[in-house]
Each structure stands twice: as C-alpha cells, then as structure tokens.
Ligand binder design. Structure first.
Ligand SMILES: C=C(O[C@H]1C=CC=C(C(=O)O)[C@@H]1O)C(=O)O
Length: 424
C-alpha cells in the first residue's frame, strides 16, 4: 500500500557508452560506492535520505522502502541488478547506537554490470531535469562523461582508540572465562583505532586503493563508512538468495609452502571450525523461514585474501515469501560472525565488555532496488569518516579455546586493508 505522504520519485535509467572507471564519477568528500571485480554502482548527490534508529531500524527501513518504491515512477531501459530506483544503505550494529542508520537515494547513479553501462537519474515528481536538446540520452551521456581525476594519496597516523591493545587482550580473556563458565558459546569482540584525515583529502583515493587491493571483496562507501568486506550478508536477485559466511581466520604464510600450511592448519583447526559453525547455523536459521531449497556446503572452504585466510561457507536458496533484501538483513543481523552465540547473550556481553559504540561497523552495508532485490555485505575491514575524524574497527570471534595474544594479532591483520591504504 502507498502512503499518500510518501514523496513520488521519478526514475530514468538509460544505457550509455563505456564507463569503465566508476569511482571518478562520485563525490570527493562524500562518495557513494558499491563495487566488486570492477562491477558496481556509484552515486552522485542525494535525492533523498531516510534515517532510522533503535531496535526497529531495519524493519522500519524495509517498510519505508517498500512504500517509497511502490509510489515511484520508473523507466528502466537496461534492467540488470542496480538499475532503476536504488538506495545505498548502512545500518548501525547495535540498537543502542547513537549512530543513525541510513538509506540514501542518489540523484544520479552510474553503473556497469555484465558488459552493460548505464546512468540513472532520480528526482521528485515536479522537479525539472535539464535533459538538453537530446533528451534523456544526452543528459545520461553527459553524466557518464562527467568525472574528476582522483586526488593524491593522503596519510593517516592511527592511534589506539577507546579499546587499547592491552585492554583488548584482557577483554578477550574475560570472554574466554565466561564462555568456559558456560555463560555463552561465542562472542565477537572488537577494538578501534582513531586518526584524522587531512582537510580537503580526496576520500575516493582511499576507496580506489581498497578496490584495487581487494578486488574480490565488496568495496563500499556510504555516508562516510568506507571499507572492503569479504563477507556477503545476503544478496537477492530474481528470487535467488545467496550468502557467504566467514568466521575463522589465519595470517597468510610467508612463501607458497608456509601459505599452504597455513590454509590446511585453518581448515583442520577445531577451534576455527567451531567458531565457523556458529556463524553458519545463525545464517541458516534466519534464512530458513524466507527460503526453500536452502543449501550450505557440508564443509567450509578456505578463502584466500591478500592479508589472510578465512574459513568460508556459501549458502544458496530460493526466496519463498516475497521478502525484500531489507527484510532479509533484518532477519539476519547480527549473525554469529559479528555478534556470537547465542545472539542475545553475545550482544549483552559486547555491550558489557566493549568500551565503544560500534557505529555502523559490523552492520549491514549495501544497496536495495525498487523490487527489493539488493546486495548487502557485513561492514568489515572498514573505517568511519566523520568531519575529519576517522575510526577503524576490527574484531575476532572468541570461543573457549581462544588465546588473547593470537586474537590481538588477528585484529592487526584485519586492520591491514584500511591501514595499508591510508599509510600512503
Ligand atoms: C569481526 C570481524 O571478522 C569476522 C568475519 C570473518 C572472520 C572472523 C573471525 O575469524 O573472527 C570474524 O567473525 C572483523 O573483521 O572485524
């Protein structure tokens, strides 16, 4: 049903010539980016921003989007995922967070996928779009041609944030103690690093370095949240639902033999397999009620990234109830890959032990389309930029066998994407 107060958006997607580089199209200071393996979308400007807070932030977003999309007038001459009306989104991890969760509808979207290139213009009904004499095609080709060169690299000196390395180890030890005492099975504990971004930095440089360094990850930039995540929370395309669950990590080995050894050791580690299984079960349980033919591989595989190995499980199913990707992230978040198990006990322990607000770290980040399809990652390997301040986050799954020093080392490896990109 359409709410009469919902603004009516008018949306036009037009095919354009080659737009092989997407990031130079978006804003230097407030980039909107969703990119993997050169495929993706970038946004320019803000037609509409919807903000949500508290316990119902995800379900509220799902309802608001359904209503907005139902009233939109969409002309889409390309018809692939990411065309037509879309919003970029980033959601706070915790219902107690002071950080707002957002859906941002850009004014213009430039995208490429499966050899198709397009521009989408989004405006309110009644607002004029200057399409020039050639109409929408001319306006779209002009938008596709409008880029600015990416600025110089900039450096950030990171310092310990609210959770120092020593305090992190104490908290991991406390987590292990409580798990061994039977209070819960797994908890994911994180720490933060803080720094300042020099004035007038071209933030797209950071995004570009992440995208080049981690091409197999989702590189994202939404409302100052920037990162490269290997973990697909959920993607929904024409009724096909997929997720990639990650939990269990080890450093890459030095040289091919040591690297192979590291991968085998991870695959056979009982501690890492236990940590992983909690995460898989939490995703399966959440997706079960919305899908049929849900299947996860029997045994996790090892996923190689430039900085580390992860234990990974891909999950696939068929949407059975018309849920949107926002409904699904509302059902999934937070998975045991970022909270723990059982979920309520893990969240309570995070609130108790972590001395900072996670903001949007470990929350869902991605995009949603008018039909509810979309792609969402868990916001990992990321930093939040806020008026020149930057905070980076990394965490680890803690189980009964975890060793605090090893978990601290693991956070150092997980900080690498952000630190390497910003150390210049
Ligand atoms: C919480 C993070 O990673 C999660 C995802 C993959 C592997 C993880 C691990 O091995 O602990 C974590 O569950 C993070 O990168 O900050």
């Amino acid at each position: 049903m359409t709410n009469p107060d919902t603004p009516r958006l008018v949306v036009d997607t037009t095919p354009v010539g080659d737009v092989s580089l997407l990031i130079p199209h978006t804003s230097e200071s407030e980039p909107l980016v969703w990119l993997r393996k050169g495929t993706g979308i970038v946004g320019i400007g803000e037609a509409l921003r919807l903000e949500f807070t508290g316990e119902t932030r995800l379900t509220d977003a799902a309802a608001a989007w359904r209503s907005l999309a139902a009233s939109a007038r969409v002309s889409d001459r390309v018809g692939v995922p990411g065309t037509g009306l879309i919003a970029f989104g980033a959601f706070a991890f915790s219902s107690l967070s002071t950080t707002t969760s957002v859906l941002i509808v850009p004014r213009t979207v430039v995208g490429r996928r499966s050899g198709r290139h397009w521009v989408t213009h989004i405006r309110f009904e009644g607002d004029e779009l200057d399409t020039g004499r050639g109409g929408m095609l001319e306006a779209s080709e002009a938008a596709a041609a409008e880029t600015t060169p990416i600025g110089e690299p900039f450096g950030v000196d990171f310092l310990e944030g609210q959770e120092s390395a020593d305090s992190y180890k104490l908290h991991v030890a406390e987590g292990v103690r409580r798990i061994r005492a039977g209070e819960l099975e797994k908890v994911v504990l994180a720490r933060d690093l803080v720094g300042s971004v020099p004035a007038d930095s071209d933030v797209r440089r950071f995004v570009t370095d992440l995208a080049q360094g981690y091409p197999d990850c989702w590189t994202y930039a939404v409302d100052g949240l920037i990162g490269s995540s290997p973990e697909t929370l959920v993607s929904v395309t024409d009724g096909a639902v997929t997720a990639r669950v990650l939990a269990g990590t080890t450093a890459r080995g030095d040289g091919p033999e040591a690297d192979e050894h590291a991968s085998v050791a991870l695959a056979t580690s009982q501690k890492d397999n236990d940590e992983h299984e909690f995460a898989v079960q939490s995703v399966v349980r959440s997706l079960e009620m919305h899908t049929s033919h849900l299947a996860a591989s029997e045994v996790p595989f090892t996923l190689k990234l430039p900085n580390l190995w992860h234990l990974a499980t891909d999950i696939e199913g068929v949407l059975s109830d018309g849920a949107s990707s926002l409904d699904l992230i509302a059902a999934l978040h937070p998975t045991a890959a970022v909270a723990g198990a059982p979920t309520p006990d893990a969240i309570a322990m995070i609130d108790d032990l972590e001395p900072f607000d996670r903001g949007r770290y470990a929350g869902p980040v991605g995009w949603v389309g008018a039909d509810g399809d979309g792609e969402w990652a868990i916001a990992l390997r990321c930093a939040q930029l806020d008026d020149g301040a930057i905070t980076a986050y990394a965490g680890c799954g803690v189980v009964g066998e975890s060793v605090p020093e090893n978990e601290l080392m693991e956070t150092r490896i997980k900080f690498r994407p952000v630190i390497d990109a910003l150390e210049g």
